[in-house]
Write a protein that binds this ligand. Structure first.
Ligand code: GRF
Length: 247
């Protein structure tokens, strides 16, 4: 400190800074119903942060309207205008970083990401997948689950790693498959569960409770089980006011 006392007086005058809300960028390609679930939580101050931008690779994605309706910046970055996956992901990194996010949320972003992209946001990028991972990675999960005659299906939120749909799972919600289940009815039930668990996982991350450490994800400092936390069919149905006899 200087002997004039100037610095210490000045420091005493500085008011503690208000904590900035944690920043989220959401990537979409389509309908954006998961985005809507996050927006709804944010509007009730329950998200633990702020969605500062929504980016879509598809110019016609309905989710862009949802973003604009909520007063969130909606950015279109069409992949068809880029020669290679690497060039696109490079441009996407720039757009995302302009918004200085703490967390990147993939919400129906239908693109395979380059390793460079995944590494850039490692530990701060979440995805939601319509199956109880590790079952049914990839597409057409509901049809495949029905064809296999499984008794239980669901959805998972996971950290994104270089393995497609293979990153460590944070939370899952199960649904019991009814005897007369159709692909549409199953999709609808799974979607409702997605809208339930994604905002929870996002809030946990933004509150610092959920982290990806060297040995996998932790919640309040405790390692999560291999398939993350699991919301049973009964618990999810209760949360969603579903008729439990549906299954
Ligand atoms: C969801 O089923 C999600 O699990 C998958 O893509 C779909 C996106 O739906 N990753 P929406 O655009 O959020 O309605």
């Amino acid at each position: 400190m200087s002997d004039t006392g100037y610095e210490s007086d000045t420091l005493r005058d500085i008011a503690p800074e208000a904590t900035e809300p944690r920043r989220v960028v959401v990537l979409i390609s389509g309908n954006g119903s998961n985005l809507q679930a996050l927006v709804d939580e944010q509007s009730h101050d329950r998200l633990g942060g702020e969605i500062v931008a929504v980016v879509s690779n598809e110019p016609d994605a309905y989710g862009l309207h949802r973003a604009r309706d909520a007063g969130i910046e909606a950015v279109v970055l069409p992949h068809r205008e880029y020669d290679s996956r690497d060039a696109y992901d490079g441009a996407l990194i720039k757009v995302i970083e302009r918004h200085e996010p703490d967390l990147i949320v993939l919400a129906g972003f239908m693109r395979i990401l380059t390793p460079r992209f995944v590494r850039r946001f490692y530990g701060r990028m979440l995805n939601i997948h319509p199956s109880l991972l590790p079952a049914y990675q990839g597409l057409d999960t509901h049809a495949r689950a029905l064809a296999d005659g499984v008794a239980e299906h669901g959805c998972s939120v996971h950290f994104v790693t270089e393995e497609l749909d293979g990153g460590p799972v944070v939370i899952q919600a199960a649904v019991a498959v009814a005897d007369d289940e159709t692909e549409e009815s199953l999709k609808e039930k799974v979607h409702a569960r997605e809208h339930l668990i994604y905002p929870i996982a996002v809030r946990w991350f933004l509150e610092g409770r959920l982290q990806l450490g060297d040995d996998g994800p932790t919640f309040d400092g405790v390692p999560l089980p291999p398939q993350g936390l699991r919301l049973s069919h009964a618990d999810a149905a209760e949360e969603l006011d579903e008729d439990i006899d549906d299954a």
